[in-house]
Design a protein around this ligand. Structure first.
Ligand SMILES: [Zn+2]
Length: 299
C-alpha cells in the first residue's frame, strides 16, 4: 500500500513538475484548443442558421408557386363553359371474375352524382396509366374547410365539391366517434404542380409522373402524415384511425386505393391515401374485398 502511495506521489510530483516547466506551452495549447472549439461552434451556428434560412426560403417558394398554380387553375375553371370530365374516358374492364361482376352490376345500375352521369368519378389512373388529357383539370374544385387542413395557416387544399361534401360528413362522424380530427395533408395536385415537384428530382416511388397522379382527379386525399406503411404500423394512433376508416370510409364513398401490394395496386401500400369513388362503388369494392386496380385490371 505504502509502495503504491509512494509511486502515486512520485507520479503526481512529476506531473506538477512537467506543468511548471511547460506552463507556457501548455497554456498556449489550451488557448489554441479552446479557440479552435470556439471557431467550430461559431461556424456550426452560422451554417445552421444559413441552412434554416435556405429551407424557409425553399418552403416559402414552394408555397407561393403552388398558390400561383392553384389561382391560375381556379381562374381557368371559372372561365370554362363545359366541365372537363368529358375528356376522361372509361378504361376497359378486363377478365371479369365473380367478384368483379358483383361490382360491375352495382355500378351499371346506379346513376352517378344524383342522376347526372359523371364517368370521371370512376377514372382509373396509376403509375403507367395517365389521364387521357394529361393536363386534365377537374371542375368544381373547392377549398377543404381549414378545420381539416394540416397547417392551414400556410396551406389550403382543394377537392372536387362532391368529394369535399363526403369528406366533411366523414370527418364529422370520425370526430363524434373518436374525438379526434381528420387532417388532410394533401388533396388536389395540378399537372403543373406534379411537374414542378418532378422537375426538382422527386423519385418515382414517391411522386407520380405529371398527369399520372390520382390526386389530379381532385378526388383523393392524403390523411395525417403521409409517411411509410411501416411508420403507420408502429404508430398506434394512426392504426386506430386506419381501423376506423377501413370500417367506415366506404359509407361515405371513400376507398383506400393502395391497400394490397405493389404488384396489385401499382404502388406500395399507402394507408393514408383515400379516394372518393361515390358510395355505391366504394361499398361494392369493400364488400368484395377488391381494390380499384383489381376491378380495372387482371392481376
Ligand atoms: Zn396520396
Amino acid at each position: 500500500m505504502r509502495f503504491y502511495e509512494n509511486n502515486k506521489n512520485q507520479f503526481m510530483k512529476k506531473i506538477l513538475w512537467f506543468i511548471k516547466v511547460n506552463k507556457l506551452r501548455l497554456g498556449l495549447i489550451f488557448t489554441l484548443f479552446f479557440l479552435f472549439l470556439y471557431v467550430v461552434i461559431i461556424c456550426k451556428f452560422i451554417y445552421d442558421s444559413k441552412m434554416q434560412i435556405e429551407l424557409i426560403n425553399i418552403d416559402l417558394n414552394n408555397k407561393s408557386i403552388e398558390k400561383e398554380y392553384l389561382i391560375n387553375e381556379i381562374v381557368r375553371l371559372k372561365t370554362q363553359q363545359l366541365p372537363q370530365e368529358v375528356e376522361v374516358e372509361q378504361e376497359v374492364i378486363e377478365n371479369i371474375t365473380d367478384q368483379k361482376k358483383a361490382v360491375v352490376n352495382i355500378i351499371d345500375n346506379v346513376s352517378l352524382n344524383d342522376g347526372i352521369p359523371d364517368s370521371s368519378l370512376k377514372k382509373f389512373v396509376t403509375s403507367n396509366i395517365s389521364f387521357n388529357n394529361r393536363s386534365y383539370v377537374p371542375s368544381n374544385l373547392v377549398n377543404i374547410s381549414s378545420e381539416y387542413v394540416y397547417d392551414s395557416k400556410w396551406w389550403s387544399q382543394l377537392l372536387r365539391s362532391v368529394a369535399n361534401d363526403a369528406l366533411q360528413a366523414m370527418a364529422k362522424q370520425f370526430f363524434e366517434d373518436t374525438w379526434e380530427k381528420i387532417v388532410v395533408v394533401s388533396a388536389y395536385r395540378s399537372y403543373l404542380y406534379q411537374k414542378w415537384i418532378k422537375d426538382r428530382g422527386c423519385p418515382d416511388n414517391l411522386c407520380a409522373k405529371a398527369g399520372y397522379s390520382e390526386h389530379q382527379s381532385g378526388l383523393a386525399v392524403d390523411l395525417w402524415e403521409a409517411s411509410t406503411n411501416h411508420d403507420w404500423k408502429i404508430n398506434s394512433k394512426l392504426q386506430e384511425y386506419y381501423k376506423w376508416l377501413n370500417e367506415n370510409a366506404h359509407k361515405y364513398g371513400f376507398h383506400n386505393t393502395y391497400q394490397k401490394w405493389l404488384s396489385i395496386d401499382w404502388y406500395e401500400i399507402e394507408p393514408w391515401h383515400w379516394r372518393y369513388l361515390w358510395v355505391e362503388m366504394a361499398t361494392s369494392l369493400w364488400n368484395n374485398n377488391l381494390t380499384i386496380a383489381e376491378y380495372y385490371k387482371n392481376n
